[in-house]
Design a protein around this ligand. Structure first.
Ligand code: BES
Ligand code: MN
Ligand code: ZN
Length: 501
């Protein structure tokens, strides 16, 4: 665990194993940014030529390491590129802090001297440290690197109330993101639907939070034929976890629904070897909504949350759902199954119906739903699809503030007829043609929310980083969606505040 403290100090003369500073590039010249400029000054005129010799040009995300001996207190100086100093955004700082903290992983103590002049910048730097310092070591016999123990973040506003609030907010949100990452990274052998439910019930519940778990018998009583149909091929039976947060004076109500396929083999429509490899990540939507709910509650935001995690393991076996089977969703709608690998929409259907029954102001679901979304938007951008134009634009805007990349996609008009084109049931589960898979899936989900304002976040790309770490994003589970959901609840609270005040 990395602990963070705020200090108004000179980074050149602060004792620590390492100091991290930001250097940008303007008019072909390197520019050391305050408060790290005092470290550059301590090196004197050699600083910029040495960096150039090391091939450092100040580009965003670039790293260089120098010995601090004789110049500054810390024996190691890590320089992080931030690009054009005029263009440094909160997200630049977040990713510079993440890259910087990963570069000093051997240090027990580090001083982080990145620009953090106001509380928004400071919050981004703190988030970068807490997210970039994450490591999943639960299955390592010996940890090959310990995370940095103590990080001092240098900022002029260290003693201000707003600074302390920014740190506290970053700690709550990043704890939620990192816990979502842990759950995603846990192998599916260990994180079964029941174990996922156990993880939730084992959390310290903030006040005004309640958790309930439905087992397979209850799911049957409650007519959740989608969740049961997907889970029936596995020896690990499905679950539905509901978390509610009821603040004293709610100004808005939000239902969150998450896809929680603890392992997606594809079922009888079995995936390929490569396709199977990362599918422990298929519960990332459920991990995101549950952990966001806990962060929203811990922050005491005045937004009522009803959160549903639809948990099942999608396996092939003699008891598995077959292509051609018809399932009945909780609201009575019958669905013809064509491809058992399009399972996410089936578990979400029951959960969306449940969410709708409570008449929240809006419903947001989060799911690693389609490979088609990854084809369209790449691995780092989530798709946002909605039956409400305002919501479809508001969520990507909120995501940008939170430092997540999300982009609107349409639910094209023709999808409705395709969804409703089953010969034997009310609707069909799977697109008859190989185009617009993310759009068809959203049109399918829309069948279960009636007139409610609803948005669907397809996080199939960003939920799991199959490549190398970058910025504050580790390999494996990323916690995608959590920061956006918390910010979104925050924005609902602020809007209501503005309307009444
Ligand atoms: N869980 C997958 C989607 C996915 C793909 C998530 C890649 C993360 C990375 C989903 O259940 C799935 O298999 N979708 C199918 C749908 C198709 C059969 C209509 C897909 O995208 O191929
Ligand atoms: Mn699937
Ligand atoms: Zn899936």
């Amino acid at each position: 665990m990395t602990t963070l403290t705020l200090r108004a100090a000179n980074p050149a003369s602060t004792r620590a194993d390492a100091v991290v500073i930001a250097v940008g590039r303007a008019d072909q010249r390197l520019v050391a940014m305050a408060p790290g400029d005092s470290v550059a000054k301590a090196f004197g005129r050699s600083f910029h030529p040495v960096l150039s010799k090391l091939g450092f040009s100040g580009k965003l995300g670039e790293l260089a390491s120098l010995s601090g001996a004789g110049a500054v207190q810390a024996p190691l100086v890590v320089v992080v590129g931030v690009g054009d100093p005029q263009q440094v955004s909160a997200e630049t700082l977040r990713s510079a802090a993440g890259a910087g903290i990963r570069a000093v992983h051997d240090a027990a103590t580090a001083v982080l001297a990145l620009p953090a002049g106001d509380d928004e910048e400071l919050r981004a730097v703190c988030e970068g440290v807490l997210l970039g310092g994450y490591a999943f070591t639960a299955y390592k016999s010996a940890a090959d690197q310990d995370p940095v123990g103590a990080v001092m973040v240098v900022t002029d506003i260290a003693r201000e109330k707003a600074a302390k609030a920014a740190l506290a907010n970053a700690e709550q949100v990043c704890a939620a993101v990192n816990r979502a990452r842990d759950w995603v990274n846990t192998p599916a052998r260990d994180l079964t639907p029941q174990r996922f439910a156990d993880e939730v019930t084992a959390l310290d519940t903030p006040s005004r939070v309640k958790v309930s778990v439905w087992d397979e018998n209850r799911l049957l009583d409650e007519r959740c034929g989608g969740i049961l149909g997907v889970g029936q091929g596995s020896v690990n039976p499905p679950r539905l976890v509901k978390v509610t947060y009821t603040p004293r004076r709610p100004v808005a109500s939000l239902a969150l629904v998450g896809k929680g396929i603890t392992y997606d083999s594809g079922g009888l429509t079995l995936k390929t070897t490569a396709g199977l490899m990362t599918m422990k990540c298929d519960m990332a939507g459920a991990a995101a909504v549950v952990n966001a709910t806990y962060a929203i509650a811990a922050l005491g935001l005045p937004v009522q949350i009803s959160c549903y995690a639809a948990l099942a393991e999608n396996m092939p076996s003699g008891s598995a759902t077959r292509p051609g089977d018809v399932l009945r969703i909780r609201n009575g709608t019958t669905v013809e199954v064509h491809n058992t690998d399009a399972e996410g929409r089936l578990v979400l259907a029951d959960a969306l119906v449940l969410a709708r029954e409570e008449q929240p102001d809006m419903i947001v679901d989060v799911a690693t739903l389609t490979g088609a979304c990854v084809v369209g938007l790449g691995t780092r951008t989530s798709g946002v699809l909605s039956n409400d134009d305002g919501l479809r634009d508001a969520i990507p805007a909120t995501a940008r503030l939170a430092g997540e990349s999300m982009w609107p996609l349409p639910i094209a008009e023709e999808m409705k007829a395709k969804v409703r084109s089953s010969a034997v049931a009310d609707i069909r589960q799977h697109n008859p043609e190989p185009y617009g898979g993310a759009l068809f899936a959203a049109a399918f989900l829309r069948e279960f929310v009636d007139e409610a304002r609803w948005a669907h976040l397809d996080i199939a790309g960003p939920a799991f980083n199959d490549g190398e770490p970058y910025g504050y994003t580790p390999k494996g589970g990323t916690g995608a969606g959590v920061r956006t959901l918390v910010r979104f609840a925050q924005s609902l609270a602020e809007q209501a505040d503005g309307a009444s005040g």
